[in-house]
Design a binder for this molecule. Sequence first.
Ligand code: ATP
Ligand code: MG
Length: 568
Amino acid sequence: MKFSKLFIPTTKETPNDATLPSHQFLIRAGFISQTGAGIYDYMPLGKIVLDKIRAIVKEEMDNSGANEVQFGFVTPLALWEESGRASTMGNELLRFKDRKNSEYVLSPTNEEAVVNMVKNRITSYKDLPVNLYQIYTKFRDEARPRFGLMRGREFLMKDAYSFHSSAEDLVREFNLMEETYKKVYTKLGLEFRVVAADSGAIGGSGSKEFHVIADSGEDTIVICDSCDYGANIEAATRTALKKEKLETISIEKIETPNCKTIDEVSTFLNTDAYYSMKAVIKRAVYEDKTQIVVFFVRGCDELEETKACNAVNALELDDAFEDDIINAGLVAGYCGIIDLPKNVLVVVDKELEGENNLVCGANEENYHLKGVDLTSIENLNYADLVAVQEGDSCPNCNGKLSYTKGIEAGHIFQLGTKYSKAMNANFLDSNGKAQPFVMGCYGIGVSRLVAAVIEQNHDEKGCLWTKATAPFMVDIIVSNSKKEDEALIGEQIYTELKTAGVEVILDDRINARFGFKMSDFELIGFPYAVVIGKKLVDGFVEIVDRKTLEKIDVKIEDVRSKILELIK
Ligand code: ATP
Ligand code: MG
């Protein structure tokens, strides 16, 4: 391909809202163009990269034995009503009506569509298992589309759905998908980590995420320094904190003037925050109501919101406003477990179970209680609520846990029978008995990966594509295309490399100066450049490595073999 024939509108201007390198560089280097909030067009270079990633995903999915299909981007809302998700998906589900007033949605994921496809077509256990996948557009009306391709509203996802006659067979396929995904990210040339994850709105049990390691990742990943334990902080666990047990004392109310925070109370009473209860007041949102909830964790811990949301089966948790707190009869800063108003829901972190002699608020301005004994309170609801902290102990091996940042590039779920039951999709088992399909589902963020490659691989000048994702492997830069000898050698090397099967682009632009061509090379991030310039008189050209920016002089006749060696 020749630069002069390819639409590559590079620019020095960075969009105002672009904070991430991938967002800035993909726009500046002419890969993508934004048309609306969270909506992007792919220009020629962007389309090449997107298709390369798509091809790798397709190849590995096909190798795994999955079948490619394609679902409609538009799905009747009725299917979503059947599964129950019409009312639980919230505003991310974009609905609209056609001219006949029938309701539809833009597919954000396709569990309903695939169940509809398989239902009544697979009727016997003999025709199971099957895994159907597509690589197609999704739409989610994200509350905060941002970071360019990272969190779009319209995006490209690979979604796969498997059907089984037993939970064991689902586990087999789930493990096969994990291996398949590892091959995909390895082929793409990415550093990644597989971690335990929360199942979110998709539902089901047992899920794993695949994270591309990058400082700018939105997710916090907890990893162990001694074993391969890894989990999204939303699902991470630890060996329970354990300090010496205190003696049981009788409960006592003490004045703690202006001590609203755990730090203030602990300092005032000269106690360890470990032996206190921190109350976090939230408003849980359900389909048809909201509910004030008080979550209690140790004073030295923090509440993990996703765990908290799951503990009360809410659609989401919001911060409680001052009015909510007052109306519920709670006293901010002094909320405690004893004598709470009946209308609030209470959940206590499971690490506090069995504890005595604790400090907590007295539900009265400026007062706390000492000597609170949880064993004396019946019917308390305990759940895992804490956010694992750096330095905590690994639940598998007691090694030290630490944080790293990741970009969620894939997510696999063991769904079970949630959708097949809701949509009445059954098969006949070997005894002739009707059973709901056991299902799994598996997603890869194909367009998010375009951005993730750059988040992990860039410098201050621009993109550093991996070999598998680079739009072209080699950029032949003719320093001055008006010089006939330079242009001629450029063409010659171009043809030679192309014939050798190298993906190569020739920067033959007549009116672009060398500096401009060079900065385009650096911004776009082709792995190598062959620069044809001053040394041509001695029969030499320069090969530039984009990553290190190191230059080597190579004889014209050796360019082909040198490039083939480099790109191996
Ligand atoms: P997130 O937690 O980032 O919102 P999710 O858990 O909602 O993602 P899944 O439903 O698991 O996403 O979707 C499968 C994959 O699709 C994700 O792992 C991610 O790579 C990609 N993806 C999800 N939402 C977006 C989006 N808004 N823009 C681009 N890619 C996305
Ligand atoms: Mg996910």
